[in-house]
Design a protein around this ligand. Structure first.
Ligand code: GLU
Length: 486
């Protein structure tokens, strides 16, 4: 059997990270098993679905490199096929036309609610209370239509929905890849609507028909769909279709253990791109969020594909840990190719003020040595500020302190030595500083602070010899002179 997985988002909003993780699991499972990974945009809810949301989902998936093996399928294109399946089920007797109207259903639920509340009233007898509760639970129970056994239509032109003829009572078991064996009683399954009164298919029908038609063998999705599975399986059975293997993945919670919501920080996948996370870091982080393989913390795509299995998915909800995401991101920034990293930080660098050619040259020279100076691309870009500040540099408090008269005096001596250098490289600059220290009896602790102050104004920067190499001779000497002159 060749494995086919799919990701089936509804385009009603952004792709949140829980969805991205579901997509990732499906992608990895297909890759691991030499199968295909498909994407279906579930846009049957025409009112809530938007093109913008579809575009945002595709954008996020592309960013993460979760490219489906076939062009995305739009669910709404298949409505006639969905309806045809519903009608076929009616003719087989596994679905039926139901003439109960929405208003009647609502009235039934309202009555159930009233009885439930009435049972709470004080001063009623125990017997009355029990009777009320029994009536309430019947009215509020999963709906079984009076038409399921072939009651005639109220009139020839009465509008109808098409409902599943839900299985009779008895245990129903789903053998879930993550949750294990889950059993409910069939009485918990309602005669669900498959075609609305206007003939349009519901999600519950469409998802089954499409998964069958797309040849989906494994459904990996959020555990908010676990109960739906019990409602969907009867449709497969009614049509005599193979039931896919289901795996329901627990939700992602915030670090306080509560269900993830806006107050836990950014939730859309691409918001993390904007915050300066790399897609491979996001993927590695999402993978470990709720899945494990031994005690390995960080996986590349290839490593994940080699070992991914649903058996490694935890049953308990995972907690979002932004500090860990930052650590993983820092790891992948250090591994990233220089050229790519420059292209990624370049728009961030240019956002405030455009990069000059000079600055670009300095940053490109410094970049290979500075990859450990940020856990996001935003932080990394900011780490180059000392290369970009305009002369004369503004000195922060510490820098001003380091440039005392004594500090300046020492700096002047070193400046003269640097001035005399014929060849400008980090190594030769280091040599010059060392021999200046040797000749004057000054320590690096005495010359370092005023030099750093003059070169950076107090901004964070790495070792000074390479800093001077990246700044170039002219800029270095000019920054020193500025301070000596002031
Ligand atoms: N469209 C559904 C959702 O976004 C997913 C359905 C499924 O994966 O079966 O929640």
């Amino acid at each position: 059997m060749s494995v086919v997985t799919r990701f089936a988002p509804s385009p009603t909003g952004m792709l949140h990270i829980g969805g991205a993780r579901t997509a990732l699991f499906n992608y990895l499972f297909a890759r691991r098993n030499g199968g295909r990974f498909l994407l279906r945009i579930e846009d049957t809810d025409r009112e809530r679905s938007t093109q913008a949301a579809t575009d945002a989902i595709l954008d996020a998936m592309q960013w993460l490199g979760l490219t489906p093996d076939e062009p995305p399928v739009m669910q709404s294109v298949q409505v006639e096929r969905h309806a045809a399946v519903a009608h076929e089920m009616v003719s087989r007797g596994t679905a039926f036309r139901c003439y109960v109207t929405t208003e009647e259903l609502q009235a039934r639920r309202d009555l159930g609610e009233q009885k439930r509340l009435a049972a709470r009233e004080e001063g009623i007898s125990e017997a009355t209370r029990e009777a009320l509760l029994a009536e309430a639970s019947q009215l509020l129970a999963p709906f079984r239509s009076p038409y399921r056994d072939g009651a005639p239509a109220p009139s020839a032109d009465a509008p109808f929905t098409v409902r599943l003829r839900a299985p009779e009572s008895g245990p129903r078991t789903v053998d879930d890849g993550v949750q294990g064996s889950v059993t409910i009683d069939a009485s918990e399954i309602d005669d669900l609507v498959m075609l609305r009164a206007d003939g349009t298919p519901t999600y519950m029908l469409a998802v089954v028909v499409d998964d069958h038609d797309m040849g989906v063998t494994h459904v990996i999705r959020g555990d908010d769909h676990l109960r739906n599975t019990f409602r969907q399986v009867p449709i497969y059975e009614a049509m005599g279709w193979d039931v896919p293997k289901f795996s329901h993945v627990p939700m992602i919670h915030g670090n306080d253990g509560a269900k993830l919501s806006k107050r836990h920080g950014a939730l859309s996948t691409t918001a993390y791109r904007d915050m300066g996370y790399l897609p491979e870091a996001m993927k590695a982080y999402l993978l470990r969020l709720g899945w494990s393989h031994g005690d390995q913390e960080i996986f590349t795509d290839e490593e994940a594909i080699a070992v991914f299995d649903v058996s490694g998915i935890n049953k308990a909800p995972a907690r979002l840990d932004l500090d860990k995401l930052a650590t993983v991101n820092a790891h992948f920034i250090r591994l990233a190719d220089d050229e790519r990293l420059f292209d990624l930080i370049s728009p961030i660098l240019s956002a405030g003020k455009p990069l000059t050619a000079n600055e670009e040259q300095r940053i490109r020279a410094a970049l290979p040595h500075m990859k450990d100076r940020g856990s996001t691309l935003i932080e990394l870009a900011a780490a180059f500020d000392f290369l970009r500040v305009n002369r004369p540099l503004e000195m922060n408090k510490n820098a001003r302190k380091a440039l005392s008269d004594e500090g300046k005096f020492r700096l002047k001596g070193l400046g003269d030595e640097l001035q005399r250098m014929s060849q400008w490289s980090g190594a030769s600059i280091s040599e010059t500083i060392k021999s200046y220290c040797a000749a004057t009896g000054l320590s690096m602790g005495q010359i370092g602070p005023p030099l750093r102050a003059a070169l950076t104004g107090g901004l964070p920067a790495p070792d000074l010899a390479p800093v001077m190499e990246w700044l170039g001779r002219e800029e270095t000497l000019a920054r020193i002179d500025d301070q000596l002159a002031s």
